[in-house]
Design a protein around this ligand. Structure first.
Ligand code: ADP
Length: 304
């Protein structure tokens, strides 16, 4: 089982020929509204790829919350641990997608900001069964760390996607609670103070993250591939060639894929390749949760 402790948003995505400049008004070619939030995207990605999932989070008591719940249900993600928070609005992300799938995102946390240790406690029995836990930084870390403790207490693996980028390096208690950290270029810069650009840089950054105390580090370079350094395996997975039209949530499809592969007992090198394929495939479709590939799609892609 894969457990996910994290955010739920309604995404409103506008598609444009290019991103606007401050003060400028542009006509977009269309828009899409749907389930987003890093937690929800990772939960949907892991479910679509075939793992049992247990998702812990909150929506507000509003129509966006109802829509988010309905969409989670449509992906067969169960709502047992999704609290309906009477005092908050559902989280929202306002997204613009421009040339080459580049994006600009504003997130308003709403109910995600209220997720805390009580949410982890309420889901304790399910967290104890999880082989892998996925964390991100769109809900307060205190609750996420409580969930991590429960999962690790039973021998499970904790994966932290340090996104959105942290403003400062992690404290020792956070590093100690995490097995695998998966920053992209700018998140790596937030953690290490320098930004990797090449495969060599990425591997060096992954090793440096390990020297800070993480057991395993993956450094994602978007369309340029991903480096990994773990306790016994290390390497670089070159990018899969795809035509990217929308990179929103590529990192979430990557992490969902990583969790599924580790849940299935794959080696680190195999798991990173599976994750990279999942991230790459998600860029060929529009939307966040909606763009995550299915197991059939990824199996066909990897076999080709
Ligand atoms: P984030 O969404 O966290 O910024 P990235 O942009 O680094 O994450 O993308 C996550 C992963 O998705 C990458 O490591 C890669 O495996 C895959 N990916 C993203 N964009 C592309 C692309 N244009 N071509 C191939 N793979 C991609």
């Amino acid at each position: 089982t894969v457990a996910i402790f994290g955010s739920i948003n309604m995404d409103v995505i506008a598609y444009l020929d290019r991103l606007p400049k401050p003060g400028e008004t542009l006509h977009g070619s269309g828009y899409k509204m749907g389930l987003g939030g890093k937690g929800a995207n990772q939960a949907v990605a892991a479910r679509k790829l075939g793992s049992e999932v247990r998702f812990i989070g909150r929506t507000g008591a509003d129509s966006f919350g109802d829509a988010a719940r309905a969409e989670l249900t449509s992906y067969d993600v169960d709502l047992t641990h999704i609290r309906r928070d009477e005092g908050s609005a559902t989280g929202i992300a306002i997204i613009k997608v421009g040339e080459g799938g580049q994006n600009m995102i504003t997130v308003i946390a709403g109910a995600n900001g209220a997720v805390d240790q009580s949410d982890a406690q309420a889901a304790k029995a399910d967290l104890e069964q999880a082989r892998v836990l996925l964390l991100q930084l769109e809900v307060p870390l205190k609750g996420a760390l409580a969930a991590a403790k429960i999962v690790r207490g039973k021998g499970g693996t904790v994966i932290l996607d340090p996104a959105p980028a942290p403003k400062e390096p992690f404290s020792a208690d956070i590093i100690a609670a995490v097995d695998v950290v998966t920053p992209n270029e700018s998140e790596t810069a937030g953690l290490l103070g320098w930004q990797p650009a090449t495969p060599d840089d990425a591997l060096r950054a992954a090793r440096e993250l390990k020297s800070k105390g993480f057991r395993t580090a993956l450094v994602k370079l978007g369309a340029k591939g991903v480096a990994f350094s773990g306790p016994t395996e290390e390497g670089f997975v070159p990018p899969f060639k795809v035509t990217a039209i929308d990179t929103v949530a590529a990192g979430d499809s990557f992490n969902g894929g990583l969790a599924v592969a580790l849940d299935e007992g794959k080696s680190l090198a195999e798991a990173v390749r599976f994750a990279a394929a999942s991230g790459a495939l998600s860029t060929t479709k529009k939307g966040a949760s909606a763009a995550a590939p299915t197991r059939a799609e990824i199996d066909a892609f990897l076999a080709a």
